[in-house]
Design a protein around this ligand. Sequence first.
Ligand SMILES: Cc1cc2nc3c(=O)[nH]c(=O)nc-3n(C[C@H](O)[C@H](O)[C@H](O)COP(=O)(O)OP(=O)(O)OC[C@H]3O[C@@H](n4cnc5c(N)ncnc54)[C@H](O)[C@@H]3O)c2cc1C
Length: 381
Amino acid sequence: MSAAIEADVAIVGAGIAGASAAAMLAARCRVVLIEREAQAGYHSTGRSAALWSASLGDANVRALTVGSRPFFDAPPQGFAEHPLLVPRGVLEVAAEDARSALDAKVEACRVLSPGVARLSPAEAADKVPVLRIEGLAGAFWEPEAADMDVAALHQGFLRLARARGAGVLLGAEVLGLARDGGAWRIETPAGDVRAAIVVNAAGAWADELARLAGAAPAGLVPCRRTGLIVPLPPGTAAASWPLFGDIAESFYARPEGGRLMVSPADETPMPPCDVQPDELDVAIAVDRLETATTLRVTRIDRRWAGLRTFAPDRLPVVGFDPVIEGFFWLAGQGGYGIQTAPAMAELAAALLLDDRVPEVLLDLGLEREAVRPGRASVAAN
Ligand SMILES: Cc1cc2nc3c(=O)[nH]c(=O)nc-3n(C[C@H](O)[C@H](O)[C@H](O)COP(=O)(O)OP(=O)(O)OC[C@H]3O[C@@H](n4cnc5c(N)ncnc54)[C@H](O)[C@@H]3O)c2cc1C
Protein backbone atom coordinates (compact mmCIF):
# COMPACT_ATOMS: atom_id res chain seq x y z
CA MET A 1 0.00 0.00 0.00
CA SER A 2 1.41 3.45 -0.92
CA ALA A 3 2.08 5.98 1.86
CA ALA A 4 -0.69 8.47 2.62
CA ILE A 5 -0.33 12.10 1.47
CA GLU A 6 0.36 14.20 4.58
CA ALA A 7 -1.29 17.61 5.15
CA ASP A 8 -2.36 19.87 7.97
CA VAL A 9 -5.77 20.47 6.41
CA ALA A 10 -7.67 18.31 3.90
CA ILE A 11 -10.53 20.12 2.20
CA VAL A 12 -13.25 17.92 0.71
CA GLY A 13 -14.98 19.49 -2.32
CA ALA A 14 -13.29 21.67 -4.95
CA GLY A 15 -16.25 23.88 -5.81
CA ILE A 16 -15.95 27.58 -5.08
CA ALA A 17 -16.09 27.00 -1.30
CA GLY A 18 -13.28 24.45 -1.21
CA ALA A 19 -11.13 26.24 -3.79
CA SER A 20 -11.34 29.63 -2.06
CA ALA A 21 -10.65 28.11 1.37
CA ALA A 22 -7.68 26.19 -0.05
CA ALA A 23 -6.19 29.40 -1.45
CA MET A 24 -6.56 31.24 1.90
CA LEU A 25 -5.37 28.38 4.11
CA ALA A 26 -2.43 27.39 1.90
CA ALA A 27 -0.79 30.72 2.75
CA ARG A 28 -0.34 29.42 6.29
CA CYS A 29 -0.39 25.61 6.31
CA ARG A 30 -0.12 22.44 4.21
CA VAL A 31 -3.38 21.91 2.33
CA VAL A 32 -4.77 19.13 0.15
CA LEU A 33 -7.98 19.73 -1.81
CA ILE A 34 -9.92 16.54 -2.54
CA GLU A 35 -12.60 16.39 -5.27
CA ARG A 36 -14.72 13.45 -6.42
CA GLU A 37 -15.26 14.67 -9.98
CA ALA A 38 -12.59 14.73 -12.69
CA GLN A 39 -13.42 18.41 -13.17
CA ALA A 40 -13.58 20.90 -10.27
CA GLY A 41 -16.72 23.07 -10.45
CA TYR A 42 -18.90 20.40 -12.12
CA HIS A 43 -21.74 20.81 -9.60
CA SER A 44 -23.34 24.00 -8.17
CA THR A 45 -20.33 26.23 -8.84
CA GLY A 46 -20.58 25.63 -12.59
CA ARG A 47 -24.35 26.12 -12.72
CA SER A 48 -25.07 29.47 -11.07
CA ALA A 49 -26.68 32.65 -12.36
CA ALA A 50 -23.36 34.44 -11.73
CA LEU A 51 -24.81 37.51 -10.08
CA TRP A 52 -23.32 39.49 -7.18
CA SER A 53 -26.15 41.15 -5.26
CA ALA A 54 -26.09 42.49 -1.73
CA SER A 55 -29.88 42.33 -1.49
CA LEU A 56 -30.00 38.54 -1.03
CA GLY A 57 -30.35 36.80 2.32
CA ASP A 58 -30.43 38.20 5.83
CA ALA A 59 -28.06 40.70 7.47
CA ASN A 60 -25.38 38.00 7.96
CA VAL A 61 -25.44 36.96 4.31
CA ARG A 62 -25.36 40.61 3.26
CA ALA A 63 -22.32 41.15 5.51
CA LEU A 64 -20.52 38.22 3.82
CA THR A 65 -21.51 39.51 0.37
CA VAL A 66 -20.42 43.09 1.02
CA GLY A 67 -17.32 41.78 2.82
CA SER A 68 -16.38 39.92 -0.39
CA ARG A 69 -16.70 42.97 -2.62
CA PRO A 70 -13.17 44.36 -2.07
CA PHE A 71 -11.73 41.03 -3.26
CA PHE A 72 -13.87 41.09 -6.40
CA ASP A 73 -12.93 44.71 -7.11
CA ALA A 74 -9.20 44.26 -6.44
CA PRO A 75 -8.10 40.60 -6.47
CA PRO A 76 -4.42 39.76 -5.89
CA GLN A 77 -2.03 40.60 -8.73
CA GLY A 78 -2.29 38.03 -11.54
CA PHE A 79 -5.45 36.40 -10.11
CA ALA A 80 -7.53 36.97 -13.26
CA GLU A 81 -6.95 38.50 -16.68
CA HIS A 82 -10.17 40.54 -16.72
CA PRO A 83 -12.29 42.27 -14.06
CA LEU A 84 -14.24 39.71 -11.99
CA LEU A 85 -17.32 41.97 -11.89
CA VAL A 86 -19.16 43.81 -14.66
CA PRO A 87 -21.92 46.28 -13.64
CA ARG A 88 -25.44 44.90 -14.13
CA GLY A 89 -27.92 46.17 -11.49
CA VAL A 90 -31.00 44.40 -10.11
CA LEU A 91 -34.58 45.54 -10.69
CA GLU A 92 -37.46 43.81 -8.89
CA VAL A 93 -40.99 44.92 -9.63
CA ALA A 94 -43.62 44.90 -6.89
CA ALA A 95 -47.37 44.48 -7.40
CA GLU A 96 -49.79 46.57 -5.31
CA ASP A 97 -50.12 43.80 -2.71
CA ALA A 98 -46.31 43.71 -2.31
CA ARG A 99 -46.00 47.42 -1.45
CA SER A 100 -44.97 46.81 2.17
CA ALA A 101 -42.49 44.08 1.14
CA LEU A 102 -40.96 46.61 -1.28
CA ASP A 103 -40.64 49.28 1.42
CA ALA A 104 -39.12 46.80 3.88
CA LYS A 105 -36.58 45.52 1.35
CA VAL A 106 -35.47 49.01 0.32
CA GLU A 107 -34.98 49.99 3.96
CA ALA A 108 -33.11 46.79 4.97
CA CYS A 109 -30.79 46.81 1.95
CA ARG A 110 -29.90 50.50 2.17
CA VAL A 111 -27.94 49.80 5.35
CA LEU A 112 -25.06 48.18 3.42
CA SER A 113 -25.87 49.31 -0.16
CA PRO A 114 -26.28 53.07 -0.23
CA GLY A 115 -27.37 53.10 -3.89
CA VAL A 116 -30.52 51.04 -3.26
CA ALA A 117 -33.63 52.99 -4.24
CA ARG A 118 -37.34 52.66 -4.84
CA LEU A 119 -38.37 53.35 -8.45
CA SER A 120 -41.75 54.26 -9.93
CA PRO A 121 -43.27 51.86 -12.49
CA ALA A 122 -42.32 54.31 -15.27
CA GLU A 123 -38.71 54.44 -14.07
CA ALA A 124 -38.66 50.62 -14.04
CA ALA A 125 -39.89 50.57 -17.65
CA ASP A 126 -37.10 52.99 -18.60
CA LYS A 127 -34.58 50.36 -17.50
CA VAL A 128 -36.37 47.33 -19.02
CA PRO A 129 -38.78 48.55 -21.72
CA VAL A 130 -40.43 45.13 -22.23
CA LEU A 131 -41.84 45.09 -18.66
CA ARG A 132 -45.61 45.30 -18.24
CA ILE A 133 -46.10 47.98 -15.61
CA GLU A 134 -49.90 48.07 -15.23
CA GLY A 135 -50.85 47.40 -11.58
CA LEU A 136 -47.34 47.81 -10.20
CA ALA A 137 -46.67 49.71 -6.97
CA GLY A 138 -43.04 50.34 -7.90
CA ALA A 139 -39.72 48.56 -8.06
CA PHE A 140 -36.64 47.78 -5.99
CA TRP A 141 -33.41 49.03 -7.60
CA GLU A 142 -29.89 47.92 -6.62
CA PRO A 143 -27.36 49.62 -8.91
CA GLU A 144 -24.27 48.00 -7.31
CA ALA A 145 -25.31 44.47 -8.38
CA ALA A 146 -22.91 43.00 -10.94
CA ASP A 147 -22.25 40.01 -13.19
CA MET A 148 -19.50 37.77 -11.82
CA ASP A 149 -16.98 35.86 -13.93
CA VAL A 150 -17.45 32.65 -11.92
CA ALA A 151 -15.03 30.54 -13.97
CA ALA A 152 -12.27 33.14 -13.59
CA LEU A 153 -12.92 33.40 -9.84
CA HIS A 154 -12.91 29.63 -9.36
CA GLN A 155 -9.85 29.03 -11.55
CA GLY A 156 -8.09 31.98 -9.90
CA PHE A 157 -8.58 30.41 -6.46
CA LEU A 158 -7.40 26.99 -7.68
CA ARG A 159 -4.30 28.58 -9.26
CA LEU A 160 -3.55 30.58 -6.12
CA ALA A 161 -3.97 27.48 -3.93
CA ARG A 162 -1.53 25.50 -6.11
CA ALA A 163 0.93 28.41 -6.21
CA ARG A 164 0.89 28.45 -2.42
CA GLY A 165 1.73 24.74 -2.34
CA ALA A 166 -1.69 23.10 -2.01
CA GLY A 167 -2.16 19.67 -3.58
CA VAL A 168 -5.30 19.09 -5.65
CA LEU A 169 -6.65 15.54 -6.02
CA LEU A 170 -9.32 15.13 -8.71
CA GLY A 171 -11.34 11.96 -9.29
CA ALA A 172 -10.89 11.34 -5.56
CA GLU A 173 -14.21 10.66 -3.86
CA VAL A 174 -13.82 10.48 -0.09
CA LEU A 175 -15.10 7.02 0.77
CA GLY A 176 -13.87 6.70 4.35
CA LEU A 177 -12.98 9.10 7.16
CA ALA A 178 -11.55 7.84 10.42
CA ARG A 179 -9.59 9.27 13.34
CA ASP A 180 -6.24 7.53 13.61
CA GLY A 181 -3.59 8.57 16.14
CA GLY A 182 -4.87 12.15 16.58
CA ALA A 183 -5.40 12.80 12.84
CA TRP A 184 -7.84 11.85 10.07
CA ARG A 185 -7.15 9.03 7.65
CA ILE A 186 -9.07 9.88 4.50
CA GLU A 187 -9.67 7.12 1.97
CA THR A 188 -10.00 7.99 -1.71
CA PRO A 189 -9.56 5.99 -4.94
CA ALA A 190 -6.68 8.37 -5.79
CA GLY A 191 -4.80 7.46 -2.61
CA ASP A 192 -5.15 8.03 1.11
CA VAL A 193 -4.60 11.38 2.82
CA ARG A 194 -3.63 11.96 6.43
CA ALA A 195 -4.53 15.37 7.90
CA ALA A 196 -5.10 16.90 11.32
CA ILE A 197 -8.23 18.73 10.14
CA VAL A 198 -10.91 17.92 7.56
CA VAL A 199 -12.84 20.84 6.03
CA ASN A 200 -16.29 19.83 4.83
CA ALA A 201 -16.86 21.85 1.63
CA ALA A 202 -18.88 19.09 -0.02
CA GLY A 203 -21.80 21.33 -1.07
CA ALA A 204 -25.02 19.32 -1.42
CA TRP A 205 -23.21 16.27 0.02
CA ALA A 206 -21.99 18.04 3.20
CA ASP A 207 -24.38 16.15 5.49
CA GLU A 208 -23.34 12.86 3.87
CA LEU A 209 -19.68 13.66 4.48
CA ALA A 210 -20.50 14.57 8.09
CA ARG A 211 -22.15 11.17 8.59
CA LEU A 212 -19.04 9.49 7.18
CA ALA A 213 -17.00 11.33 9.86
CA GLY A 214 -19.45 10.34 12.59
CA ALA A 215 -20.75 13.92 12.98
CA ALA A 216 -24.42 14.83 13.34
CA PRO A 217 -25.87 16.24 10.09
CA ALA A 218 -26.79 19.94 9.98
CA GLY A 219 -30.19 19.39 8.34
CA LEU A 220 -28.93 20.69 4.99
CA VAL A 221 -31.48 20.51 2.17
CA PRO A 222 -30.29 20.64 -1.46
CA CYS A 223 -32.89 22.44 -3.59
CA ARG A 224 -33.08 22.33 -7.39
CA ARG A 225 -32.99 25.61 -9.31
CA THR A 226 -33.47 25.82 -13.07
CA GLY A 227 -31.97 28.12 -15.67
CA LEU A 228 -32.68 28.51 -19.38
CA ILE A 229 -31.38 30.60 -22.24
CA VAL A 230 -33.88 31.97 -24.75
CA PRO A 231 -33.43 34.20 -27.80
CA LEU A 232 -34.56 37.83 -27.85
CA PRO A 233 -36.46 39.34 -30.81
CA PRO A 234 -33.98 40.55 -33.46
CA GLY A 235 -32.87 44.13 -32.83
CA THR A 236 -33.66 44.11 -29.08
CA ALA A 237 -31.11 46.39 -27.39
CA ALA A 238 -30.93 44.41 -24.15
CA ALA A 239 -27.22 44.58 -23.29
CA SER A 240 -27.73 47.34 -20.72
CA TRP A 241 -30.82 45.85 -19.05
CA PRO A 242 -30.34 44.94 -15.41
CA LEU A 243 -31.28 41.53 -14.04
CA PHE A 244 -35.04 41.86 -13.57
CA GLY A 245 -37.64 39.89 -11.68
CA ASP A 246 -40.31 40.39 -9.09
CA ILE A 247 -39.97 41.05 -5.40
CA ALA A 248 -41.95 37.89 -4.59
CA GLU A 249 -39.08 35.98 -6.30
CA SER A 250 -41.32 34.09 -8.71
CA PHE A 251 -38.86 34.50 -11.63
CA TYR A 252 -35.85 36.48 -12.80
CA ALA A 253 -34.15 37.15 -16.12
CA ARG A 254 -31.05 38.87 -17.41
CA PRO A 255 -29.33 39.50 -20.73
CA GLU A 256 -26.57 37.08 -21.59
CA GLY A 257 -24.61 37.37 -24.83
CA GLY A 258 -27.49 38.81 -26.88
CA ARG A 259 -29.99 36.34 -25.41
CA LEU A 260 -31.88 36.12 -22.11
CA MET A 261 -31.19 33.85 -19.13
CA VAL A 262 -34.43 33.07 -17.30
CA SER A 263 -35.14 31.20 -14.06
CA PRO A 264 -38.48 30.35 -12.45
CA ALA A 265 -36.68 30.82 -9.10
CA ASP A 266 -37.70 27.26 -8.23
CA GLU A 267 -36.60 25.62 -5.01
CA THR A 268 -37.45 21.91 -5.06
CA PRO A 269 -35.93 19.86 -2.21
CA MET A 270 -34.14 16.68 -3.30
CA PRO A 271 -31.32 14.34 -2.33
CA PRO A 272 -27.83 15.38 -3.49
CA CYS A 273 -27.29 14.31 -7.11
CA ASP A 274 -26.18 15.40 -10.59
CA VAL A 275 -29.45 17.31 -10.94
CA GLN A 276 -31.18 17.82 -14.29
CA PRO A 277 -33.91 20.33 -15.21
CA ASP A 278 -37.58 19.36 -15.03
CA GLU A 279 -39.73 20.30 -18.05
CA LEU A 280 -42.47 21.70 -15.82
CA ASP A 281 -40.05 24.22 -14.27
CA VAL A 282 -38.91 25.19 -17.77
CA ALA A 283 -42.53 25.80 -18.81
CA ILE A 284 -43.20 27.81 -15.62
CA ALA A 285 -40.19 30.03 -16.35
CA VAL A 286 -41.47 30.76 -19.85
CA ASP A 287 -45.00 31.47 -18.59
CA ARG A 288 -43.83 33.87 -15.85
CA LEU A 289 -41.53 35.74 -18.24
CA GLU A 290 -44.32 36.10 -20.80
CA THR A 291 -46.77 37.28 -18.10
CA ALA A 292 -44.40 39.93 -16.72
CA THR A 293 -43.18 41.25 -20.08
CA THR A 294 -44.25 41.71 -23.69
CA LEU A 295 -41.71 39.05 -24.76
CA ARG A 296 -42.76 35.79 -26.46
CA VAL A 297 -40.47 32.77 -26.14
CA THR A 298 -40.07 31.04 -29.51
CA ARG A 299 -37.27 28.63 -28.66
CA ILE A 300 -35.21 27.38 -25.72
CA ASP A 301 -31.51 27.28 -26.57
CA ARG A 302 -30.22 25.75 -23.35
CA ARG A 303 -31.59 24.48 -20.05
CA TRP A 304 -29.84 23.34 -16.88
CA ALA A 305 -30.37 22.89 -13.16
CA GLY A 306 -28.19 23.05 -10.09
CA LEU A 307 -28.54 22.58 -6.35
CA ARG A 308 -28.69 25.39 -3.80
CA THR A 309 -28.14 23.83 -0.37
CA PHE A 310 -29.72 25.46 2.67
CA ALA A 311 -29.54 24.90 6.43
CA PRO A 312 -32.95 25.15 8.14
CA ASP A 313 -32.38 28.87 8.95
CA ARG A 314 -30.92 29.53 5.44
CA LEU A 315 -27.56 30.65 6.90
CA PRO A 316 -24.17 29.12 6.15
CA VAL A 317 -22.62 26.59 8.55
CA VAL A 318 -19.00 27.59 9.25
CA GLY A 319 -16.68 26.45 12.03
CA PHE A 320 -15.55 23.38 13.95
CA ASP A 321 -18.09 20.68 14.67
CA PRO A 322 -19.08 20.94 18.35
CA VAL A 323 -18.50 17.22 18.97
CA ILE A 324 -16.18 15.63 16.41
CA GLU A 325 -12.58 16.71 16.86
CA GLY A 326 -10.85 18.24 13.81
CA PHE A 327 -14.00 18.32 11.64
CA PHE A 328 -14.64 21.81 10.23
CA TRP A 329 -17.84 22.83 8.37
CA LEU A 330 -17.91 25.13 5.34
CA ALA A 331 -21.38 24.41 4.00
CA GLY A 332 -24.94 25.68 3.51
CA GLN A 333 -24.03 28.47 1.05
CA GLY A 334 -27.54 28.34 -0.48
CA GLY A 335 -28.00 30.74 -3.38
CA TYR A 336 -25.08 33.01 -2.43
CA GLY A 337 -22.03 30.75 -2.38
CA ILE A 338 -20.15 32.46 -5.20
CA GLN A 339 -20.69 36.05 -4.17
CA THR A 340 -19.78 35.30 -0.53
CA ALA A 341 -16.82 32.99 -1.30
CA PRO A 342 -13.95 35.43 -0.64
CA ALA A 343 -15.31 36.49 2.77
CA MET A 344 -16.39 32.96 3.68
CA ALA A 345 -12.87 31.69 2.92
CA GLU A 346 -11.34 34.41 5.09
CA LEU A 347 -13.83 33.64 7.84
CA ALA A 348 -13.05 29.92 7.60
CA ALA A 349 -9.28 30.52 7.74
CA ALA A 350 -9.60 32.88 10.72
CA LEU A 351 -11.87 30.49 12.65
CA LEU A 352 -9.80 27.43 11.81
CA LEU A 353 -6.35 28.86 12.49
CA ASP A 354 -6.99 31.63 15.05
CA ASP A 355 -10.45 30.97 16.53
CA ARG A 356 -11.63 34.45 15.58
CA VAL A 357 -13.93 36.27 13.15
CA PRO A 358 -12.21 38.89 10.94
CA GLU A 359 -12.84 42.37 12.35
CA VAL A 360 -14.10 43.67 9.02
CA LEU A 361 -16.91 41.08 8.97
CA LEU A 362 -17.91 41.88 12.56
CA ASP A 363 -18.05 45.57 11.58
CA LEU A 364 -20.36 44.70 8.68
CA GLY A 365 -22.70 42.96 11.13
CA LEU A 366 -21.79 39.26 10.88
CA GLU A 367 -22.63 37.35 14.07
CA ARG A 368 -20.44 34.34 14.78
CA GLU A 369 -23.28 32.55 16.56
CA ALA A 370 -25.53 32.88 13.48
CA VAL A 371 -23.27 30.65 11.37
CA ARG A 372 -21.94 28.35 14.10
CA PRO A 373 -22.26 24.58 13.53
CA GLY A 374 -24.39 23.09 16.28
CA ARG A 375 -26.50 26.27 16.72
CA ALA A 376 -30.08 25.57 17.78
CA SER A 377 -31.73 25.39 14.35
CA VAL A 378 -28.97 23.20 12.95
CA ALA A 379 -28.70 20.94 16.01
CA ALA A 380 -32.43 20.23 15.95
CA ASN A 381 -31.94 17.92 12.94
C1 LIG B 1 -29.34 28.00 -10.83
C2 LIG B 1 -28.46 28.54 -9.72
C3 LIG B 1 -28.22 29.90 -9.64
C4 LIG B 1 -27.34 30.41 -8.68
N1 LIG B 1 -27.04 31.73 -8.72
C5 LIG B 1 -26.11 32.24 -7.85
C6 LIG B 1 -25.71 33.58 -7.96
O1 LIG B 1 -26.17 34.31 -8.84
N2 LIG B 1 -24.79 34.06 -7.05
C7 LIG B 1 -24.24 33.24 -6.10
O2 LIG B 1 -23.41 33.71 -5.32
N3 LIG B 1 -24.61 31.95 -5.98
C8 LIG B 1 -25.53 31.42 -6.84
N4 LIG B 1 -25.89 30.11 -6.74
C9 LIG B 1 -25.39 29.31 -5.62
C10 LIG B 1 -23.96 28.83 -5.82
O3 LIG B 1 -23.86 28.19 -7.08
C11 LIG B 1 -23.60 27.86 -4.69
O4 LIG B 1 -23.87 28.45 -3.44
C12 LIG B 1 -22.11 27.49 -4.72
O5 LIG B 1 -21.73 27.08 -6.01
C13 LIG B 1 -21.81 26.41 -3.71
O6 LIG B 1 -20.45 26.07 -3.86
P1 LIG B 1 -19.85 24.78 -3.15
O7 LIG B 1 -18.41 24.79 -3.44
O8 LIG B 1 -20.33 24.75 -1.74
O9 LIG B 1 -20.61 23.55 -3.86
P2 LIG B 1 -20.25 22.69 -5.23
O10 LIG B 1 -19.83 23.61 -6.30
O11 LIG B 1 -21.40 21.83 -5.45
O12 LIG B 1 -18.97 21.89 -4.75
C14 LIG B 1 -19.02 20.82 -3.83
C15 LIG B 1 -18.09 19.76 -4.35
O13 LIG B 1 -17.93 18.72 -3.37
C16 LIG B 1 -17.66 17.54 -4.08
N5 LIG B 1 -17.90 16.39 -3.19
C17 LIG B 1 -19.05 16.06 -2.57
N6 LIG B 1 -18.89 14.94 -1.84
C18 LIG B 1 -17.60 14.55 -2.01
C19 LIG B 1 -16.83 13.47 -1.52
N7 LIG B 1 -17.35 12.53 -0.70
N8 LIG B 1 -15.53 13.38 -1.88
C20 LIG B 1 -14.97 14.31 -2.70
N9 LIG B 1 -15.66 15.36 -3.20
C21 LIG B 1 -16.96 15.48 -2.86
C22 LIG B 1 -18.63 17.59 -5.23
O14 LIG B 1 -18.26 16.73 -6.30
C23 LIG B 1 -18.60 19.07 -5.61
O15 LIG B 1 -17.72 19.32 -6.68
C24 LIG B 1 -26.75 29.54 -7.70
C25 LIG B 1 -27.02 28.18 -7.77
C26 LIG B 1 -27.84 27.68 -8.77
C27 LIG B 1 -28.06 26.17 -8.82
